[in-house]
Design a protein around this ligand. Structure first.
Ligand code: G3I
Length: 332
């Protein structure tokens, strides 16, 4: 039986939040908000290859350890993000072009990190964002250093290594832009489903798909396609996690009221679609407060007014859509 993400007593579907060490250290209100609202608290960046392992011999576990210890000592769950990601590959890894050496680094990295957190992190994003951004055809993978040197086999290799290192961990394949109407997301969903089926058929342990849920408030969520995607995963005993929820509101005109209304609509539409396919294992927000979010830097609003991507505003006040979201997770 595949392991499950620890279910909290309070909610049928755990609500989680990704936390950043640099704010965790200096903002007590931030820490308190995670304790108040989250069943699961996870490091947002601290376990990425580049931050965790700036050079071959240095594993700087300390920042992630502090967050994981904080979560567990308060009775919360936690999970790992992520072993392999194109975005978090340090230069010293990119300099390795010999397949044998790179394979050894992959195995050593996953073994060491999974072993360090075994029993504390109950689930891992094993590979993050391996699907081509805009797949020219179904099945296309993103051009990454891991793919170039090792080929697609680095994906099963990562899963098998993780399963061996921590047999109890729930192993997840995580990706973005699986949520909307249109041929690009159709191709990305089809690619994900085919890849998961192929891995399962080959006996590779993949326990869940992470659908990131970075929602563009102006795009239409594809209810039927997401429902079918979730149901197809369920049929092969693969779970679904909303793994990085936030709302990109750069094209929403008006002001905060319009932004929040659009955000609420997008979140509801996503959850309707996800629940129609299968009950998600967790819904995790990528941060918790508008005070700190990657969205403002990466996708600022054209008029220069603040983005409002997260469940709490910059003063830690709840958005109107947050209560109904928590209620929904409570009842499942
Ligand atoms: O750690 C340094 C810190 O020492 C320094 O003081 C500070 C000054 O800028 O930078 C810190 O590093 C930043 C890091 O976040 C830690 O907060 C990096 O510059 C910054 O690039 C990094 O951004 C993160 C990004 O991934 C890249 O790792 C975002 O916070 C994070 O939200 C974002 O998350 C990704 C997911 O992993 C995958 N899916 C998409 C999502 C959004 O891009």
């Amino acid at each position: 039986v595949a392991p499950t993400i620890a279910a909290p007593a309070r909610r049928r579907v755990p609500f989680g939040g990704a936390i950043q060490a640099e704010h965790f250290d200096v903002d007590p209100e931030y820490r308190k908000a995670f304790l108040t609202y989250c069943d699961l608290i996870m490091p947002m960046n601290e376990l990425k290859f580049d931050l965790l392992r700036p050079s071959p011999d240095v594993f700087s576990f300390e920042p992630a350890d502090r967050i994981v210890d904080f979560a567990l000592s308060h009775g919360k769950g936690s999970r790992g993000h992520c072993f392999l990601w194109w975005g978090g590959t340090p230069d010293w890894v990119k300099a390795i072009t010999d397949p044998k050496r790179l394979e050894a680094v992959l195995i050593e990295h996953i073994e060491t990190v999974a072993d360090h957190y075994a029993g504390r992190l109950t689930s891992w994003d094993v590979v993050n964002e391996v699907i081509a951004n805009d797949p020219p055809q179904e099945g296309a993978l993103r051009d990454t250093h891991w793919l170039r040197v090792l080929g697609p086999r680095h994906i099963p290799l990562a899963f098998l290594t993780a399963a061996k290192a921590d047999p109890k961990a729930r192993l997840v394949i995580n990706d973005y832009d699986l949520e909307y109407v249109g041929p690009r997301c159709d191709a990305r969903r089809a690619t994900m489903l085919a890849m998961v089926r192929q891995l399962k058929d080959a006996g590779v342990p993949v326990h869940a798909v992470g659908m990131q849920g970075h929602l563009y408030a102006d795009l239409q969520i594809d209810h039927d396609a997401i429902a079918a995607f979730g149901a197809a995963l369920k049929a092969i005993d693969v779970g679904l996690i909303v793994s990085e929820l936030d709302i990109i509101d750069w094209h929403i005109e008006g002001g905060p009221a319009e932004q929040d209304a659009a955000a609420g609509k997008a979140v509801n539409a996503l959850l309707d679609a996800v629940f129609a396919g299968q009950q998600p294992e967790a819904v995790i927000a990528w941060g918790l407060t508008d005070r700190y979010s990657w969205v403002g830097g990466a996708m600022p609003r054209p008029d220069g007014t603040p983005v409002r991507p997260l469940p709490l505003d910059e003063h830690y006040r709840r958005k109107a859509w947050f209560g109904p979201l928590l209620d929904r997770l409570k009842h499942g």
